[in-house]
Design a protein around this ligand. Sequence first.
Ligand code: APR
Length: 173
Amino acid sequence: MSVNDRIQLARGDITRFEVDAIVNAANSTLLGGGGVDGAIHLAAGPGLLEECRTLGGCPPGEARITGAYALPATWVIHTVGPIWRGGTNGEDQTLASAYRSSLALAASVEARTVAFPSISTGIYGFPIDRAASISLTTIRNSLATHPTIETVTLVCFNDANHTAYATLLDKAS
Ligand code: APR
């Protein structure tokens, strides 16, 4: 199966996806926030924050893993994307690292199915088309490295993200 066959595009709320691991677009404190971070903590319940408190934060570009509590997933992988500051502060590299670290962590617990939101494209302001291109390239490279990961689902919460990914995936097919 080609790596492209292992990448799926979906619309919806990531908290409802019954996959082995969902990825959270967190901040470096790992103590919750708005956006998808807020939605995941709300749906998971207080146990998620209690576990996050034990982790001591997470630098941008890295990832940490916890249980998923009341969520249908088994794990939550918390990663911290870059805050967009114009593109000359290593944002591209940090975004790629966030996706790469998340998939390496997923592989380490033998998660077979992983769902991502569009990291950094909300509150952190990363341009959507640029983020979609970086994330797809990184995910493809990571799937080639981690054969145990069967499927990565890109969960888009709005049309702009969905269109950006659909355009790139169509080109690849
Ligand atoms: N399911 C899937 N995607 C979602 C959901 C959801 N329930 N809610 C929001 N999104 C999408 C947004 O539309 C955006 O495309 O997730 C993407 C990431 O947006 P944010 O959640 O704002 O995350 P980010 O841009 O990475 O900013 C991170 O926001 O919530 C805080 O604590 C977080 O400080 C951190 C910052």
